[in-house]
Write a protein that binds this ligand. Sequence first.
Ligand SMILES: NC(=O)c1ccc[n+]([C@@H]2O[C@H](COP(=O)([O-])OP(=O)(O)OC[C@H]3O[C@@H](n4cnc5c(N)ncnc54)[C@H](OP(=O)(O)O)[C@@H]3O)[C@@H](O)[C@H]2O)c1
Length: 268
Amino acid sequence: MVEIPKLGLGTYGRTGEAGIAAILKTLEIGYRHIDTAQSYDTEAGVGEAVRRSGVSRSEIFITTKVADTNLEKSQFIDSVERSLETIGLGPVDLLLIHWPSKNDAVPFEDYMLALAEAQRRGHTRLIGVSNFPIALLERTERLLGKGAIATNQVEIHPYMQAPKLIAHARRKDLTLTAYQPLCQGAVASDPVLQRIGGKHGVAASAAALAFLMAEGHAVIPASANEVNLRANWQARAVTLDSNDMQAIRALHRGERSINPDKSPAWDD
Ligand SMILES: NC(=O)c1ccc[n+]([C@@H]2O[C@H](COP(=O)([O-])OP(=O)(O)OC[C@H]3O[C@@H](n4cnc5c(N)ncnc54)[C@H](OP(=O)(O)O)[C@@H]3O)[C@@H](O)[C@H]2O)c1
């Protein structure tokens, strides 16, 4: 089974040459997992940065996501093939449903079977979902079988730890990918995370990422700043003790910042 590298780079908002430069810097530092989406306008930049980097394609894990505007049966596979063409690096490693279709406006079975079909055609090594609550994960298992999806990418950071979803994911042995793991940079000024980071000789952001990875999640922080990219990368070397873990668990306050109208009924 292909593993999702635990620490990746989010690319939302990192468009154009500045985005390419940030991704190139990331690859130079050592990151080997890049998260893009049809709706981010960064698929082409990811492909360009990887080609310019000289790092072998086989060493890099690339995720893209099918937009909610492309879920219809008649559009799904074409949109995936357009993504592969735009990225220009062959099949992706992970293909996600970016958002479920609210109230089944597009039938659930249609887009989930299309996702499995994309994998069957070799367009992606792994498939997964994003922004799925437990009820939709259970429907997914009934439709595609146990272990069919590699991850559910959801908002998780120290202030939003999604306890019910995490308990479900652990029961099902499903990896969660924490998006917005730094709460858009807010964790950097958190006194608890600063103290714990200081104790381990790293930034508060690295303490937050180390915590999330110790909880079993993959994380995809975004940055265009070399100092921050390097600080975040250091999280891989941090081992938090049980007091640190407990102190960070206590920061949970159900603070969700991504909650558009199209959101499903969340579990927490
Ligand atoms: N599936 C979904 O629906 C979904 C939704 C939202 C996001 N995502 C994915 O998750 C990725 C990450 O989310 P995000 O970009 O919204 O939020 P984030 O990673 O939590 O935070 C990014 C912000 O934190 C700052 N930052 C990064 N490292 C820092 C550090 N060490 N110290 C201080 N500030 C730091 C960055 O600024 P600088 O550039 O100045 O460092 C940026 O403003 C996205 O890029 C996207 O790939 C997915």
